[in-house]
Ligand binder design. Structure first.
Ligand SMILES: Cc1cc2nc3c(=O)[nH]c(=O)nc-3n(C[C@H](O)[C@H](O)[C@H](O)COP(=O)(O)OP(=O)(O)OC[C@H]3O[C@@H](n4cnc5c(N)ncnc54)[C@H](O)[C@@H]3O)c2cc1C
Ligand code: SF4
Length: 356
């Protein structure tokens, strides 16, 4: 491992000043950064530890009704994943967010990892993560090609938003829930503060060169996220190769509102594992109005327009392609919508009274 400097900062201004120095990278929980150092993905001159910044609180947005989350929540960028998931306002008002966090990583990792770091985590594409670092990967070494497209090992890659340069997906579970909740990422930098919609924070290769992962500039800091709400009728479904400690093959976050007759009055749905950003099913959000969420066939049909835009990847000699993901993602969305609609609107509890 190369040598690098280490320092820590106590306020946001100090962090922004430190970021002006070329070769500076931020360190939060370290659960991604330490791997990147070992794999040679990052070679910083200096790590700036931001864990002492006063950005850990989970609090109601101003204008709310006392202690509740009536007008939404602000979650600090240094809040730990486990603390956010366990917060009573999150569990009651935003079950989809709590579930997305609890289904991510492991308890040990969630006790270290932060909200800002979770948003800034990078693709799990094995060629991007390879320890040798000399395999073709446009995300890691611009212009070197894409080993996934060359080999045809496309099974776990994107259905939407990909290009011939990169077909990677973004892995954050929490980002998918935030996109379905219409959350906002709060950013500060030398040009001032700005607000980025959570669904637009991660960038597909259609939007920016593959080496650009998110909308955050190198001299900017995430200070937190704001979640409007609450959204008690919400749910996260994660489909993966094994039941724990595994990234999503596909996932779906749904937040719904019901009419008096039990049909869908409104629905917001985002998919994970299908693009290099959470993929909102915007057409379905119109076609689902008036549909009975218990009628799986009708919900499946209402999703057709969004899935018609999917572009499955062919497999090569070494792979079978990822066409299977189209139907898997569609059924995952159907289940997320159904289970969101079955929640208790007052407590956010599922039918069995638990969070999952
Ligand atoms: C084995 C394993 C399994 C995992 N499984 C899952 C999973 O199933 N689902 C899932 O969603 N995640 C999973 N993760 C990823 C995990 O969520 C991330 O490692 C973690 O969230 C990163 O947070 P951190 O605070 O440790 O970030 P760090 O490692 O400290 O930093 C990561 C990046 O974020 C940047 N950063 C951190 N905070 C800020 C800030 N406030 N502003 C700007 N930049 C910032 C850092 O500079 C760095 O670039 C897994 C990780 C591991 C190691
Ligand atoms: S899919 Fe993207 S991250 Fe993976 S090898 Fe190709 S360019 Fe690299």
């Amino acid at each position: 491992m190369r040598e690098f400097g280490y320092t820590s900062v106590a306020d946001v201004g100090e962090a922004l000043t430190a970021l002006q120095e070329p070769g500076t990278r931020l360190l939060a929980g370290g659960t991604e950064m330490l791997n990147w150092l070992k794999e040679g993905i990052e070679r910083p001159e200096r790590l700036v530890d931001i864990t002492a910044l006063p950005l850990r609180a989970v609090e109601p947005l101003p204008g709310g009704t006392g202690t509740g989350s009536g007008s939404g929540l602000r979650i600090g960028a240094l809040a730990r994943m486990s603390d956010v998931a366990a917060h009573p306002e999150v569990a009651r008002g935003y079950p989809v967010l709590a579930e997305s966090l609890l289904l991510a990583a492991s308890p040990q990792l969630r006790n270290m990892a932060t909200v800002g770091g979770t948003l800034q985590q990078r693709t799990r594409c094995p060629y991007f993560r390879a320890e040798t670092g000399d395999l073709p990967c446009n995300k890691r070494t611009p212009g070197s090609g894409c080993a996934v497209l060359r080999s045809g090992e496309t099974e776990e890659h994107a259905l939407f938003g990909w290009t011939e340069e990169c077909v990677a997906t973004h892995p954050s579970d929490m980002a998918v829930a935030l996109a379905a909740l219409d959350a906002t990422v709060l950013v500060e930098g030398p040009r001032g503060a700005r607000r980025v919609p959570a669904g637009a924070f991660h960038l597909t290769p259609e939007q920016a060169p593959p080496e650009r992962h998110t909308a955050l500039a190198p001299d900017e800091l995430i200070t937190g996220v704001e979640v409007p709400g609450p959204a008690p009728l919400s749910h996260y479904v994660k489909v993966r190769q094994r039941a724990s400690y595994e990234f999503a093959l596909v996932s779906a976050a749904a937040a719904v509102e019901l009419a008096a007759d039990g049909t869908l009055a409104a629905a917001r749905i985002a998919l994970g594992g299908v693009a290099h950003r959470p993929w909102r099913l915007t057409a379905a959000e119109e076609t689902l109005r008036g549909v009975d969420p218990e009628d799986g066939g009708a919900v499946h049909t209402a999703l057709a327009r969004d899935f018609a835009a999917a572009r499955p990847l062919p497999g090569g000699a070494n792979g079978r392609g990822n066409a299977y993901k189209t139907e898997l993602a569609r059924r995952t969305a159907v289940r997320a919508i159904r289970d969101a609609s079955r929640r208790d609107a007052a407590s956010g509890a599922g039918r069995e009274g638990s969070l999952s």
